[in-house]
Design a protein around this ligand. Structure first.
Ligand code: GLN
Length: 389
């Protein structure tokens, strides 16, 4: 094609670059490094579920499904959250299937945020929240979860609330720290939001990846919180298929109606064979995700044990695919600089946690994804053991 100058585009996200997860995965490929950066499993997903997709394709499930999602799948989700959280959700009016968890969060932000609205998020924060708020001309208010325990200080949240506060986004289980909100946290959250017009977006995509005998408490368990919430989930994490990009949003009827108003003009609906396969899989009682915690806790512990033979210091995670490690005692490099060196000179890609803050806070911690085969983790650990910090 010719190279005539294209018209200038509006700059809607002037401060935003390519997401760190893509940057590190591209670097990992370029330097042939082991990718413990972007969070995805490198072990196979269920062959049974794959076969169900093949069967669905052959059976002709290749045209549009309803905009809100394949009804049998929504029905199975209603059963699933009734079992897990004793929550009663109407699959007709409260559950929408989405192309992934991120899309559900983005759509919820689109529903809520008007110019000038304030949305509270917690640092370190997943990188999608602020750009989505900015695109809708909202203002992001970031509250720091103090290093190294990363707990939410609810008195700070109370102070941050103004007449313009439209929403609060929580991420529980938390990426990147692996911390969980306790019942006490949720009680405080409820006390702060009761009798206000503040809405909640709850990013719970790691709901089934919880360790050390701990328990994930969903917003779905609390009617007061749920009455003002969009609760976002991901089948990618539940069935080891992040590339499928299938998730769902559960929200009260009026919130779901507003959500679908936008969704119908964006994705409209989610790919059919995967929805049919997931519905059949869940209906058949396939709850292998209940064993995920044991599997992943073993992987976390394996990596933890291996890395205890390096100068890295573990900041214990209780959930998600991730654990943080401090390099404070061996290097004064910035997190970004060290992460770059590790890809290039050690052959291991990880994520600098400073990327989860707006004004980079450099606590000298890196995020490691342990959702990998033992051989992958072992090879990465061997490289790190030999690395000259
Ligand atoms: N959620 C994944 C992570 O934290 C990345 C997803 C993505 O790259 N969009 O690593």
């Amino acid at each position: 094609m010719g190279h005539e100058a294209s018209p200038l585009l509006p700059e809607k996200l002037p401060k935003v670059d390519t997401t760190i997860f893509t940057v590190m995965s591209v670097m990992a490929a370029k330097y042939d490094a082991i990718n413990l950066g972007q969070g995805f499993p490198d072990y196979p997903m269920s062959a049974k579920l794959i076969n169900r997709v093949k069967k669905a394709l052959d059976a002709g499930h290749n045209q549009y499904l309803p905009m809100a999602g394949y009804f049998p799948l929504r029905n199975e989700i209603a059963n699933k959250v009734a079992d897990a959280y004793q929550a009663t959700c109407d699959p007709h009016t409260e559950i929408t299937i989405t192309p992934g968890g991120s899309y559900a969060i983005f759509t919820a932000i689109s529903v809520l945020v008007e110019p000038g609205d304030e949305v509270i998020i917690f640092d370190p924060a997943y990188d999608l929240y602020e750009p989505a708020i900015t695109l809708h001309q909202g203002k992001t208010i970031r509250i720091q979860c103090a290093f190294p325990a990363y707990q939410i200080d609810w008195s700070q949240v109370k102070q941050a609330i103004t007449a313009n506060t439209k929403a609060i986004i929580i991420n529980n289980p938390h990426n990147p720290t692996g911390q969980l909100l306790s019942t006490d946290d949720l009680e405080k959250f409820e006390a702060i939001t009761n009798n206000t017009n503040i809405s909640i977006i709850s990013d719970e995509v790691y709901e089934h990846l919880v360790y050390d005998g701990k328990c994930h408490h969903s917003i779905l368990e609390r009617p007061h919180l749920y009455s003002r919430a969009f609760v976002c989930f991901s089948f990618g994490k539940t069935f080891n298929c992040t590339g499928w990009k299938v998730g769902y949003c559960i929200a009260p009827e009026s919130y779901t109606a507003a959500f679908r108003k936008i969704h119908q003009f964006n994705a409209f609906c989610v790919n059919s064979p995967m929805q049919v396969a997931l519905a059949e899989h869940l209906a058949d009682g396939n709850d292998e995700y209940q064993q995920l915690s044991d599997l992943l806790q073993e992987k976390r512990d394996y990596l933890r044990n291996q890395l205890s033979q390096t100068p890295l210091k573990c900041l214990p995670s209780h959930s998600t695919y991730f654990e943080l490690y401090s390099f404070q005692r061996v290097s004064t490099a910035t997190e970004i600089a060290l992460a770059e060196r590790l890809v290039k000179e050690c052959g291991v890609a990880v994520i600098p946690v400073s990327e989860f803050y707006k004004n980079p806070v450099d606590n000298k911690v890196l995020r490691f994804c342990f959702a990998k085969q033992t051989t992958t983790l072992s090879e990465a650990a061997n490289r790190l053991k030999q690395f000259k910090w």
